[in-house]
Design a protein around this ligand. Structure first.
Ligand code: PGD
Length: 792
């Protein structure tokens, strides 16, 4: 086919593949078992030697000259490149200073992010292990930007998160048993093609096509028509963003007022239904949650709401709620209200029926759970008790000592002097980026590891160049994928980049902790060591695991799955007393006395309707849906060829309905400005009726690229919607992120078109003061596949 060197196996969060690098081009071939490979694989092709790569360790010049201090960190500041021998003692010395002056509780190592798929070179696991071993701990973060609200509400009212999301309804059950799927937020394959740790076969599109051919009716409640693949032939019910709970309550009202709900299931399996029913009927607040009431709020016709409710009890029906639904203010409510609705239908625990939160929202759901543990890096012990819900990072930095509520606890934000980030891009994932910039001015020192010059790296004082996944040996695996992948290095390291593990090992060395950190193992020995618990579990099940060398040569090993038996919910349904759920009552809590006891004003003791507290206004009449992108994972490889191929006039595409476009004189291909009181960005317009009127869609992940950086509200010229979104918790219960929806207006951009400068380095100088050599062809050069990653 080509004269490329041998193709070696590898994997990414978006799919397994093999690749070959000839020192110039990368050829990528999807895993042979994957019939629907993700096109995102295409982003790797131009990634290895892209100018965005960080090639040498670098230190912000002002930090070097003036020492650690709070202050604004402009993204276009000069950085001084230096060798490892010089930077490691500098960084280790700063960690020692902060630890001895303030203790490890002054270090934020929450370091949220997806990093890359390997189980060993997983940047977050490595940074946490390092901070535990070298400093004795750090302020950590809990939960995720993906599932911030649901990961708190589900264990309180339904059961253990993993068991009710990942061992519940499978695609096989849907194909065989389901007759109707009511999907709030849809099941877009751009989302389900992703699974942290890697996915070797993408099955969702095919399963939906077969189910649809058998007659399954997929109902999509979403402001976006393409939140289902066309194979599902979904019936689209456009719903105003943030109003799905009203629709669910309207359905509940129909079941209640028409006596259609399953009394037996409610009595046998549920707790607290009385207060919820009284609320739905309007007995507690004087507002009956009728379909007509819901129609006024949501825009979904009352007859549709009532008809779907009636149909749900007449056939095998399944309710799903996507992650995106809870990434909004009061995001706990759709997750909880959908459970209450499904409980009234009475099919929870039946094959293909009931409720599966987040089914179709990622490649982790709808499949069989693995029956053996995956290789996992030991984390050591963190002696610092304080933590934050991850999406409260700006609040923490800006308000040290301030108290706040979280999941029934009264917490206090710590005073942070040093921030350590590896494997995430807060200038992608966090909300209200102008506020984040102010928050990032607070610490005395910020250290970042990344393989590319993201805005987070440019906001740091000390920047370590990490290898890209393609440049190192690792093991890929996900909890619901039946293959363990030998991720063999495809290429040598770029410039002076090192693996995160080696950076930490060398820094631990300076701190006198190398042996504790490395346990005297080389990377390859770690891979073998981490596989051992998996091999042991295989043996215990009568499987014969391969010798490590054999696995490595073959490129993969098979893993057994749990049976497709409906898990905890099926067992609970059959015998509620014998197999209780892990909630306080052991039952499904439609009403929760625990949550009611917290006396929060933004999360009551039962699912409830809260009107969005940020509504369109005359100044900002459009609702922005800032969802997951289809052409990359988050901000990863936004400079990649596939991601770039979908840009309009070099910027992220903003989708707008023809009515809203006409009213503003906008045509496809125009550059537009999207703005609200928090910020503004430019994007390329795409006029389409796939978004409902009154809504615009700007996916996340375009690299933050502000011009006029000295201003308080700089314009992001590349289309990052998080300059617009609100930095506020979902509620006092979960404090999850609210990045999914906000309000804004859009206008044609008539000014000069600013150049995109995000995908390159900041100004780099050498220690001697001259322009740095790191952009020279010599340093960009990357050696061909050598099997053994290392630094050149
Ligand atoms: P990524 O772009 O995946 O985003 O936020 P997250 O921070 O995870 O960032 C990963 C970073 O790790 C990249 O910069 C990549 O280069 C780097 N990296 C990759 N491999 C390595 C490595 O080996 N070593 C090191 N040191 N670095 C590496 C994602 C977050 O965004 C998530 S999960 C969700 S669900 C949220 N979604 C939304 C949303 O729906 N709407 C809005 N508005 N905002 C969101 N933000 C959240």
């Amino acid at each position: 086919m080509t004269d490329h060197p041998a193709y070696v196996p590898h994997t990414a969060h978006w799919g397994a593949f093999s690749a070959s690098w000839d020192g110039d081009t990368l050829d990528v071939v999807p895993h042979p078992a994957d019939r629907e490979p993700s096109p995102i694989l295409g982003n790797f092709r131009n990634a290895l030697r892209h100018p965005a790569r960080i090639l040498r360790p670098a230190v912000r010049r002002s930090w070097l000259e003036r020492g650690p201090a709070s202050g604004v960190r402009p993204l276009n500041d000069e950085f001084v490149e230096m060798d490892w021998d010089r930077i490691l003692p500098l960084a280790a010395g700063e960690l020692s200073r902060v630890r001895s002056e303030y203790g490890p509780e002054a270090v934020y190592g929450g370091s949220y992010g997806w990093a890359s798929a390997g189980r060993f070179h997983h940047a977050l696991s490595q940074v946490h292990r390092f901070l535990n071993v070298a400093l004795g701990g750090f302020v950590r973060s809990v939960h995720s930007y993906s599932a911030g609200a649901s990961s708190v509400i589900i264990p309180r009212v339904m059961g253990q998160f993993e068991s009710v999301t990942r061992r519940n309804i499978t695609w096989a059950q849907i194909e065989e048993h389901t007759e109707m799927v009511i999907a709030f937020g849809g099941m877009a394959v751009k989302n389900s093609m992703i699974a942290a740790g890697g996915v070797t076969t993408h099955i969702e599109r095919g399963a939906m096509a077969r189910a649809s051919q058998r007659g399954v009716a997929f109902h999509l409640f979403s402001p976006l028509r393409d939140d289902f693949p066309h194979e599902a032939r979904a019936i689209w019910h456009p719903v105003r963003p943030g109003t799905d709970v009203a629709v669910m309550l309207g359905m509940a009202h129909t079941l209640l007022s028409e006596g259609l709900y399953d009394r037996d299931f409610i009595e046998r399996c549920c707790e607290g239904s009385g207060q919820f029913f009284a609320y739905v009927l309007g007995q507690t607040d004087g507002v009956a949650k009728t379909p007509a009431w819901a129609a006024d709020l949501s825009g979904v016709p009352a007859e549709t709401i009532a008809a779907i409710a009636r149909k749900m009890v007449a056939c095998r029906s399944l309710v799903t709620v996507s992650h995106s639904m809870q990434r909004a203010r009061y995001g706990e409510q759709p997750v909880w209200a959908a459970m209450a609705l499904a409980a009234m239908v009475g099919q929870i625990g039946l094959p293909g029926g009931g409720y599966n939160y987040s089914l179709g929202a990622m490649g982790h759901t709808g499949r069989r759970l693995n029956a053996v543990p995956l290789p996992t890096v030991p984390q050591g012990t963190n002696c610092v008790p304080n933590f934050i819900p991850c999406a409260r990072v700006s609040d923490m930095l800006l308000s040290p000592g301030q108290e706040y509520d979280f999941d029934g606890k009264r917490m206090t934000y710590p005073t942070i002097r040093l921030v350590y980030w590896a494997g995430g891009n807060p200038f992608h994932h966090h909300q209200d980026l102008n506020r984040l910039r102010r928050a990032f001015a607070v610490p005395e020192t910020i250290i970042v590891h990344d393989n590319v010059w993201t805005a987070a790296a440019r906001s740091a004082d000390i920047v370590f160049p990490a290898t890209m996944t393609l440049e190192r040996d690792d093991i890929g695996a996900a909890g619901t994928d039946p293959r363990l992948i030998a991720m063999r290095a495809v290429a040598g390291s770029a410039g002076l980049a090192r693996n995160d593990y080696e950076i930490f090992a060398d820094m631990a060395d300076v701190l006198g902790k190398r042996d504790l950190f490395t346990e005297n193992r080389k990377p390859r020995e770690w891979l073998e060591h981490l596989c051992e618990p998996t091999w042991q579990a295989l043996r215990a099940r009568g499987w014969q695991p391969p010798a490590f060398e054999e696995f490595w040569e073959r490129g993969e090993a098979a893993l057994p799955s749990e049976p497709d038996d409906g898990g905890a919910l099926r067992a609970f349904r059959a015998d509620p007393a014998g197999h209780p759920m892990s909630t306080p009552s052991g039952r499904l809590e439609i009403g929760s006395t625990t949550i009611a006891g917290f006396a929060y004003d933004d999360c009551l003791g039962h699912p409830a309707w809260f009107a969005p507290d940020e509504q369109p206004t005359p100044a900002h009449p459009l609702v922005v849906v800032a969802n997951q992108p289809a052409t990359r994972l988050h901000s990863q490889l936004d400079f990649g060829s596939y991601s770039q191929s979908a840009k309009i006039r070099d910027r992220e595409a903003l989708r707008i309905h023809p009515t809203d476009a006409d009213a503003r004189g906008i045509r496809t291909g125009d550059v537009v400005k999207i703005f609200n009181d928090r910020g503004a960005c430019l994007a390329g317009a795409l006029v389409t009726d796939a978004v409902m009127p009154g809504v615009v869609n700007l996916p996340t992940g375009a690299w933050y690229d502000p011009v006029d950086v000295g201003e308080d509200h700089p314009l992001c010229v590349n289309g990052n919607p998080n300059v617009l979104t609100r930095d506020i918790g979902t509620s006092k219960l979960a404090q999850g992120c609210c990045g999914q929806i906000t309000v804004a207006d859009v206008a044609v951009w008539r000014g000069q078109l600013p150049e995109i400068r995000a995908y390159g380095p900041p100004p780099l100088i050498s220690e001697e003061g001259g322009d740095s050599a790191s952009r020279s062809g010599r340093d960009l050069g990357i050696s061909p596949s050598n099997g053994e990653p290392g630094h050149i």
